[in-house]
Design a protein around this ligand. Structure first.
Ligand SMILES: *Cc1c(COP(=O)(O)O)cnc(C)c1O
Length: 389
């Protein structure tokens, strides 16, 4: 009998109990740890033994969180960060040298895109971009100094899906690292390492927390790479706080049931929108009409909680729709128990040129819904009344 299914590991992996035999892992709010004697201290600093020394390096709460994510992703090792972006930045900063080159999907999280365009060039790291629709272009973008292929799937906010198996093959063929931001799928729905990813990054702020409370990030994958990332991070200090790790580790115990329900609600919302006469286009990975439906089915357990759709009537119609919303929140977050709607063309992606926006699938009337855990009839009722008004 197998006692290590996803849900079981998420609930049963925990740090050793203290002398109080607590049932649930306590919060270890301590910045440092004591040594038994001079020899213990010497051996610990010489890294001859694995133990906690200082919470910038490790802490029982962060270790528990990392161990769970590693199990869920099928990864050898990992490190936890204060936010998703500190995970993204530290991963690149640890692995890249001046002169290196990245090949990235055009549609990545906005701050990641700004990191590529504004900050990595300061260290002479350049990036070339491929369109999701022209994934075959990747090979033409590879240069002698290319080191990393980087992508997210499903993408934000257009909910496109990239073939991870294909990316894995290209990376292997050209001896490049494949790094996947798996935030939208969560470790429950998709495991990029199975398809050849060397590292997987998560913003734990989204569905992993799932209740809009704390920020967090994590990178997991090949041990040799994580060792580099660990050394960089232990020196530069982007570590996740023990409190956030404690919260997030508990969140993981309910990840499977929450995400199942999120996906169930999202599919119903997508089906409702698809038949609405004020809606042009609905994008949801598990709708048959999705351009990459077959790929989504191959690599994802369920379709996720993000639905994108286009309101007829362009930017103005998109804004009007948002103003008519009564139940859902207008917020920059996603993956929360509370349903959230955003209008990327007038907010998060308003600084992009119209061409760049259209190229990444952000039509003027595009609305992104992060479907929450409210009763789905209430969520659909709210969207329906906002469309009809
Ligand atoms: C939110 C997000 C991030 C950044 O995470 P933070 O925790 O906000 O720093 C990175 N990638 C994706 C896909 C995200 O949605």
């Amino acid at each position: 009998m197998s006692l290590n299914h996803f849900e079981t590991e998420a609930i049963r992996i925990q740090t050793e109990r203290t002398q109080f035999l607590e049932h649930s892992t306590p919060l270890y709010l301590t910045s440092s740890y004591v040594f038994e004697d001079a020899e213990d201290m010497r051996a610990s600093f010489a890294e001859e033994k694995e133990r906690n020394v200082y919470s910038r390096y490790s802490n029982p709460n962060t270790s528990e969180f990392i161990e769970k994510i590693c199990k869920m992703e099928g990864a050898e090792s990992g490190f936890a960060f204060a936010s998703g972006m500190s995970a993204v930045f530290s991963t690149f900063a640890a692995l890249l040298n001046s002169g290196d080159h990245i090949v990235s999907a055009r549609s990545v999280f906005g701050s990641t895109h700004t990191l590529f365009t504004k900050f990595l060039p300061k260290w002479n790291v350049s990036t070339s971009y491929f369109k999701i629709q022209d994934v075959e272009d990747i090979e033409t973008l590879i240069q002698p100094n290319t080191k990393i292929i980087y992508a997210e799937s499903p993408t934000n906010p257009a909910v496109d899906v990239l073939d991870l198996e294909y990316l894995g093959e290209i990376a292997k063929k050209h001896n490049l690292l494949l790094i996947i931001d798996n935030c939208f799928a969560t470790p429950y729905l998709q495991n990029p390492i199975k398809f050849g990813a060397d590292l997987v990054i998560h913003s734990a702020t989204k569905l992993i927390d799932g209740q809009g409370r704390v920020l967090g990030g994590v990178t997991v994958g090949r041990e040799d790479l994580i060792n580099e990332i660990y050394l960089f991070s232990r020196i530069t200090g982007p570590a996740m706080s023990p409190f956030s790790a404690w919260v997030l580790s508990k969140s993981l115990e309910t990840l499977a049931v929450r995400v199942d329900k999120h996906c169930d609600n999202a599919l119903k919302v997508a089906q409702f929108l698809e038949q609405h006469n004020k809606v042009n286009l609905v994008k949801y990975p598990f709708l048959k009409s999705h351009p990459q439906y077959e790929i989504a089915k191959k690599q994802m357990k369920l379709g996720g909680n993000i639905v994108a759709f286009e309101v007829k009537g362009g930017v103005e119609a998109g804004r009007r729709f948002l103003n008519n919303i009564k139940l859902a929140s207008l917020s920059a977050n996603l993956g929360d128990t509370r349903t959230i709607v955003t209008h990327p063309a007038s907010t998060t992606h308003s600084k992009l040129s119209e061409d760049d926006r259209l190229e990444t699938g952000i039509f003027d009337g595009l609305v992104r819904v992060s479907v929450g855990l409210e009763n789905v009839e209430d969520i659909i009722g709210d969207l329906n009344q906002a469309l009809d008004n």
